[in-house]
Design a binder for this molecule. Structure first.
Ligand SMILES: NC(=O)C1=CN([C@@H]2O[C@H](COP(=O)(O)OP(=O)(O)OC[C@H]3O[C@@H](n4cnc5c(N)ncnc54)[C@H](OP(=O)(O)O)[C@@H]3O)[C@@H](O)[C@H]2O)C=CC1
Ligand SMILES: O=C(O)CCC(=O)C(=O)O
Length: 525
């Protein structure tokens, strides 16, 4: 049974007004009335987070790891409830939500293992050389410490893996940062059930109450107040370029600017190499359709921009893709806003003088409907008309036709920041693919060969980010163990007596973690 309340530092609280989530499948309001957030409630949550920030940061990794694992267990224990409400609020099918839950709990357990392993501290020790000439060298040690309370914004398109206990929350808690989570109005019930799982884990593990709060929105002031709050030390965000940029501007304009890690939009260009197209255009087209339509195309990794040589192979590709897409019906998108934005951008594309429409349908008049679409243009027109590079968040792609391989290479050098870039090739395309690599390294966070970018693997070598506008900080990732780096900072300790040092830096290495000692790695016993 949902209560519709905010979860603030261990209490379930009301706000001044209420909102209801939409059921995207019917367009009707769901019954639960959720409380609006306020600036006062944001302050209450952040104050509580700040009050426990030092204790939480100083906790031994094993204790925080047990907490993360308990959250995962509590989410699993509510699996059916989460799938049921998640489906009503997002229209995502049960199988997708079950898979996303697996990714979410897997991510929490992954971070638990990672903080226990200990190399994330990046502990380095340089021992003193009192006799060094001309000056003695002091003992200097460094390790990474939690930044303090972190604000997290849930994404509409991943109600679990990029939401309440999703990647940003998991990496911030792993780092030792209390989290104040701003829920997405598209799935407040899903957020409430997951917050109840976190509440249970807090109680079972004796965590301080301020370590996690969920505050619903209902008004933009909530998110703005969270980013502007003087005690918030960093923000994690997944969403639109416009929303992310507005909040980024607040974060960096504060009297004390803070890091804002926004994972924003991307076209995810895919280069179809000529020899690969000659050998398997139909197979590649089928793969593209699968990736393009996954989750009604509502992935920031959706491959929405294809670049290929014009000719018979490309025509066969488009024919296959259009036929395959003909089998994929339109479906309800996440929100009215997402669906309206999709229709707006695809209508503009279809009406553009420099674009040919290879496929565009509207399968129903439902307010949240989104149907597949394919557009074609030339490389010259694509480059001369920047509006053709606008992200189409949904199951739509634009194919850019090049006259020559040289034109493909030239186009690659004009790409703006991307989460991913993909090359489909066979061995005989290696020379051309090699020429693309420098430009793709420059624009993208992840480069794939013969794969599809949807479905980000949670692992140690993942980068889910990229140069702006794909993200607001190209040095960061929001998925994988490197994500913890966003919420920690290095502190050096000079000439500290052993007893005053944090555990990670004590001579005896009580945490048994890898450390760089006088320039040489010492591995745990
Ligand atoms: N990069 C990605 O992965 C994603 C991109 N998108 C893109 O975003 C579009 C809209 O989807 P949505 O998920 O709602 O993303 P938004 O960016 O609109 O919203 C994300 C979160 O940020 C808040 N927010 C947005 N703008 C502001 C602002 N100016 N001030 C304060 N808070 C703000 C929203 O609050 P509130 O709910 O109150 O508006 C919400 O909590 C999609 O059509 C798609 O283009 C969507 C999902 C993922
Ligand atoms: O492709 C994925 O698995 C993740 C995509 C993503 O981060 C997003 O759509 O927000």
């Amino acid at each position: 049974m949902l209560n519709g309340q905010h979860y603030i530092a261990g209490e379930w609280l009301n706000g001044p007004d209420v909102f209801q989530a939409d059921n995207p499948s019917t367009g009707e309001k769901l019954p639960t009335k959720f409380q609006h957030g306020t600036e006062e409630l944001v302050d209450q949550a952040v104050q509580a987070a700040n009050a426990c920030a030092e204790e939480f940061a100083a906790m031994l990794p094993a204790k925080r790891a047990a907490f993360l694992r308990a959250i995962a267990d509590e989410i699993d224990a509510r699996g059916d409830e989460i799938t049921e409400i998640g489906n009503l609020e997002s229209a995502l099918p049960a199988a997708r939500l079950t898979g996303e839950r697996g990714r979410t709990v897997g991510q929490l357990r992954f971070f638990a293992d990672w903080i226990e392993e200990g190399s994330w501290f990046e502990a380095r020790i340089e021992t003193a050389q009192p006799d060094r000439q001309p000056l003695p060298k002091p003992d200097i040690r460094v390790m990474h410490k939690a930044l303090g309370p972190v604000g997290v914004f849930g994404a509409s398109n991943f109600p679990l893996a990029f939401s309440t206990a999703g990647g940003d929350t998991a990496s911030a808690l792993a780092a030792g940062c209390p989290v104040v989570f701003k829920g997405h109005a598209a799935h407040p019930g899903t957020s409430e059930v997951v917050a109840k799982a976190i509440e249970a884990a807090i109680k079972k593990n004796g965590m301080p109450k301020g370590v996690f709060s969920l505050i619903h929105g209902g008004t933009r002031k909530v998110g703005q107040a969270l980013v502007a709050h003087p005690l918030i030390k960093a923000v994690g965000f997944t969403g639109s370029t416009g929303g992310g940029r507005a909040l980024f501007d607040i974060a960096v304009s504060r009297p004390e600017p803070i890091p804002f890690y926004g994972e924003l939009g991307s076209n995810n260009p895919v280069f179809l190499m000529p020899k690969a197209m000659g050998a398997k255009a139909v197979e590649i087209a089928k793969g593209w359709v699968g990736s393009l339509t996954m989750g009604v195309g509502q992935f920031c990794t959706n491959p929405g921009l294809l670049i290929a040589l014009k000719g018979a192979d490309l025509d066969a590709f488009v024919e296959t893709a259009a036929a395959e897409l003909g089998q994929v019906g339109g479906a309800a998108m996440l929100t009215d806003r997402v669906s309206s934005a999709y229709h707006h951008v695809t209508d503009a594309m279809a009406g553009h003088a420099k674009v040919t429409c290879a496929l565009k349908r509207r399968d129903s008049d439902g307010p949240f409907e989104g149907s597949p679409a394919i557009f074609r243009t030339t490389a010259a027109d694509w480059q001369a008309n920047p509006e053709l590079a606008e992200e189409m968040f949904g199951p739509a792609g634009i194919i850019v036709e090049c006259d020559t391989p040289e034109e493909m290479v030239a186009l690659s050098a004009t790409l703006i920041g991307q989460l991913t870039a993909t090359v489909h090739m066979v061995d005989a395309d290696a020379e051309l693919a090699g020429k693309l690599r420098p430009a793709l390294e420059k624009c993208a966070g992840r480069i794939l060969i013969n794969g599809w970018p949807t479905g980000v693997e949670v692992c140690h070598s993942m980068v889910h980010g990229g140069p702006y506008p794909a993200s607001t900080d190209s040095r960061a990732t929001s998925v994988g163990s490197l994500a913890i780096k966003r919420f920690i900072r290095p502190v050096s300790y000079q000439a500290f007596p052993d007893a005053l040092l944090p555990e990670a830096l004590k001579d005896a290495n009580p945490l048994n973690i890898p450390r760089l000692v006088n320039g040489k790695w010492q591995m745990p016993k």
